[in-house]
Design a protein around this ligand. Structure first.
Ligand code: NAG
Ligand code: NAG
Ligand code: NAG
Ligand code: NAG
Ligand code: NAG
Ligand code: NAG
Ligand code: NAG
Ligand code: NAG
Ligand code: NAG
Ligand code: NAG
Ligand code: NAG
Ligand code: NAG
Length: 706
């Protein structure tokens, strides 16, 4: 599995320093004055003119916020404007979430007393004027969530009092200015979700007050500079989803304040230093997934006792997982997915025992490794707070132990692609919140747990490629799973029919794949109730009957596979109105009649297989029928025509072209009168003869009268 977007784990949202700043803002606003009682003699014309110029550049103000910015009103009373009590100069401009659009006027630089400048969540566009660098008292700048572009102004580095810069979620491009390293007091720098390129300037290491640095979701490249280690106050660094590479400099782990390291989805490489656990003692989150790290997971990692997110997924870590990993008592998320951990041996999951101590565990993802042996029974002792457990794509064997049912809050259980055998444990029905259960590609057998659908929350069930058997599971088991959207039970030994009720109760189905079983019976007309269906694969079964004409009601259907069954009758004419169909396979059935008219007009169809049926008549030549590589019609001996590449015989001329028609008319017009004449003569003589015979017959049959 792919772990969720690291940004969504929420560690940025509970930022202490943000709270600090916010309270600073509030204090500043309380000290300021907004009352109309302020005497006009203190008005500063410079500020008023600058504000008017600012207003002038705002082209759209849907909430009419700036209506109050008029001449009859003292500018310190204008909405969003805050002035200092004593000097009556503008100290804060706060216009957030008003859908304002326009450019930022350079005259803003004249508001020389401004400390707080907050235009977040509007539609400002264009570039930030360099004049912002004249705001030498500025301590807080928030321009995030706009559509500002261009480069980050170098002159911003003149704002030497600056504590916090937020310019996330814009369209800034170019490099991060080296000069920002001059902002000695800067605590927070947020530039994520832009299009910044180039390297992270080494001057960032000079930001000795920096607490939070977020440069995620850009196009930054190059190394993490060695100098970063000098930013000794750095507590949270988020540079995930960039193109950064190289090793993590040793100095970096020396930053003892570090609590959050989020560098996932880059091209970093190297191994983790063996003493990583010793260095940042407050480390809470280590997210280095989707990089090119290798080597062992250092034993010392268990010293990072505050760790609650450990994401090492999608790297090349190998060897055994440290058996003391579970001493990380605060651990909530553990992802080791897609590495080369374990040695396909019994001891591989030995660390599970210690993990039972991590009572706050939420997500455990061990999928896609080299773990072997059986699933340890102790696994059932993991935290009951578990919401996701992934063991897929390993070499686990033996049976699935009882005990998983204890995880009442589990929403996703993935044990797919292992070598597990035996039956589905009976306590699976105890899950209250399970939404996804994926057990595909194992050797599980027996009947599907009859109470499985006690889990009413289940929407994704994948049991494909096992040895499950049993009759009428649609009616006996699945009928109660009424929120199913994705159902994969293909390649088992399941049998029986699909009842009309099943379709009636499962209109939520989006993907239904039941191919390669021995299901039989006909497809009920109620299949048309599956209005959300996109993918329907019932191929390689023993289905009989006709293709239901109601399939056309599945108006979202894109993939329809019904091949290798015993369907007979004609292909419903209305299939040609399934607008969204892309792939259609009805091959190897016993279908008769003609290819429906209009099939060639379907816009999205790119694969059509009607081979090995008993179809007849003329093959169309337009639409998909123009492309021999996208269609297959072989094994229908009564078809004719079509494009020559298909190799079917020409159709016999019935109506033919105009010339042919003409010939027929000529022939008829000369031959017909003669034929009529001959026929007339014959009939005449025949009638006379008949009369004679009948008379003789009637004579002979008459009772003899005396
Ligand atoms: C208004 O501000 C300007 C520029 O800072 C300054 O030169 C001027 O003296 C101020 N005027 C008053 C009345 O404070
Ligand atoms: C801002 O200051 C500059 C330079 O001092 C001046 O040219 C400009 O007119 C001022 N703008 C306003 C709106 O006062
Ligand atoms: C000026 O703004 C004030 C305060 O919002 C408002 O009451 C007044 O109607 C406005 N005047 C004009 C001419 O728009
Ligand atoms: C900046 O503004 C955005 C959008 O209004 C907001 O979500 C964010 O928390 C602000 N940042 C700071 C540091 O206040
Ligand atoms: C920023 O400082 C530099 C160097 O002191 C100066 O040349 C530049 O004009 C300043 N920029 C602004 C916008 O004040
Ligand atoms: C980011 O910049 C690259 C290269 O300049 C450009 O191709 C891409 O479209 C930009 N992306 C966005 C979201 O602006
Ligand atoms: C960091 O600051 C020091 C002292 O101000 C300066 O000498 C050095 O050049 C700066 N480093 C970078 C990379 O800007
Ligand atoms: C399950 O989740 C619910 C709601 O989120 C929570 O109240 C409950 O404590 C959880 N149960 C366990 C065993 O973690
Ligand atoms: C399944 O649900 C039924 C009805 O809600 C209940 O009677 C039964 O005990 C449940 N079975 C299990 C194994 O949870
Ligand atoms: C449906 O399932 C099949 C088989 O697993 C898969 O290939 C396909 O992408 C799925 N399609 C949709 C729309 O879910
Ligand atoms: C399914 O069809 C195959 C092939 O005709 C046949 O051998 C088999 O007995 C059928 N199975 C069932 C359960 O109908
Ligand atoms: C196809 O139908 C014909 C005639 O009904 C029947 O003889 C034949 O056995 C059927 N073939 C298959 C494979 O069902």
């Amino acid at each position: 599995m792919e772990l969720q977007n690291p940004a969504s784990w929420g560690f940025w949202s509970s930022s202490k320093s943000n709270i600090l700043l916010l309270s600073l803002v509030l204090v500043a606003m309380n000290l300021s004055i907004n009352h109309a009682s302020a005497t006009n003699q203190f008005r500063n014309e410079t500020d008023r003119l600058a504000l008017l110029e600012f207003k002038h550049q705002i082209k759209n103000d849907p909430y009419g916020l700036l209506n109050s910015w008029n001449h009859s009103e003292y500018h310190c009373n204008w909405q969003g404007v805050t002035c200092g009590r004593r000097h009556q100069r503008v100290t804060a401009l706060t216009l957030t979430r008003y859908s304002l659009s326009g450019t930022i006027s350079p005259h803003i630089g004249n508001l020389s007393f401004m400390k707080f400048f907050h235009l977040g969540e509007n539609h400002f566009y264009g570039e930030i004027p360099q004049e912002v660098g004249r705001l030498f008292r500025l301590i807080f700048l928030n321009l995030s969530s706009n559509t500002l572009g261009g480069e980050i102004p170098i002159h911003l580095s003149n704002c030497s009092q600056m504590l916090s810069i937020s310019m996330s979620r814009n369209r800034f491009e170019g490099k991060i200015p080296r000069e920002l390293g001059n902002l000695k007091k800067l605590q927070n720098l947020y530039l994520r979700f832009n299009n910044l390129t180039g390297e992270i300037p080494s001057s960032m290491g000079n930001l000795s007050s920096l607490i939070e640095l977020s440069l995620s979701y850009n196009n930054l490249e190059g190394n993490l500079p060695e100098e970063m280690g000098f930013a000794t106050s750095l507590t949270k660094i988020g540079i995930h989803v960039n193109k950064l590479s190289g090793m993590i400099p040793a100095s970096f782990y020396n930053i003892s304040a570090l609590a959050v390291i989020s560098i996932a989805l880059n091209f970093f490489s190297g191994d983790l230093p063996n003493n990583i656990g010793l260095i940042p003692p407050n480390l809470q989150s280590l997210e280095i997934g989707d990089n090119k790290f290798y080597g062992n997971i250092p034993l010392s990692i268990s010293n990072a006792s505050h760790l609650n997110i450990l994401d090492l997924g999608h790297n090349k870590f190998h060897g055994q997982v440290p058996s003391n990993l579970g001493y990380l008592g605060s651990l909530k998320i553990l992802s080791l997915t897609q590495n080369i951990l374990g040695s396909n041996s019994k001891k591989d999951l030995g660390f599970m025992e210690s993990l039972a101590n991590s009572s706050m565990l939420n997500i455990v993802d061990l999928s896609g490794n080299n773990f072997g042996g059986e699933i340890p029974r102790v696994m059932a002792n993991l935290s009951y707070q578990l919401t996701e457990l992934h063991l897929g794509e390993n070499h686990l064997s033996g049976t699935i132990p009882e005990g998983f049912g204890n995880f009442v809050n589990l929403t996703y259980l993935d044990i797919s692609q292992n070598l597990l055998s035996g039956v589905m444990p009976s306590d699976f029905s105890k899950f209250h919140n399970l939404q996804r259960l994926t057990l595909q590609e194992n050797r599980l057998s027996g009947e599907i747990l009859p109470t499985l659908c006690n889990i009413t929350t289940l929407y994704h069930l994948d049991l494909a490629k096992n040895h499950f058997e049993g009759h009428n599971m649609f009616d006996n088991v699945l009928i109660n799973c009424q929120n199913l959207q994705l159902l994969y039970i293909d390649q088992n030994i399941l049998s029986g029919a699909i009842s009309p009720q099943f379709f009636e109760l499962h209109s939520s189905l989006v993907n239904m794949t039941i191919a390669r079983n021995i299901f039989s019976g006909s497809i009920p007309l109620e299949v048309g109730k599956l209005t959300h269906l996109v993918f329907f694969n019932i191929s390689y079964n023993n289905f009989t009957g006709e293709i239901p004409i109601t399939l056309v009601d599945c108006s979202n259907l894109e993939y329809l596979y019904m091949q290798a069954n015993f369907f007979h009758g004609t292909i419903p004419q209305n299939l040609a109105t399934l607008k969204s169909i892309q792939e259609l396979d009805l091959s190897s059935n016993n279908l008769t009649g003609k290819i429906p008219i209009g099939l060639e007009k379907l816009q999205f169809v790119r694969y059509l297989n009607l081979s090995f049926n008993d179809l007849e008549g003329e093959i169309p030549t337009s639409g998909i029928f123009r492309n021999a590589s996208q269609i297959s019609l072989t094994g229908n001996n009564k078809l004719c025509g079509g494009i020559p590449e298909l190799g079917f015989p020409n159709c016999p001329v019935i109506k033919g072209n105009r010339e042919g028609k003409h010939k027929v008319t000529i022939v008829l017009s000369t031959v017909l009168p003669f034929a009529v004449l001959v026929l007339g003569t014959v009939l005449f003589y025949f009638a006379i003869y008949q009369k004679k015979v009948r008379r003789n017959a009637s004579l002979s049959s008459m009772p003899t009268r005396v």
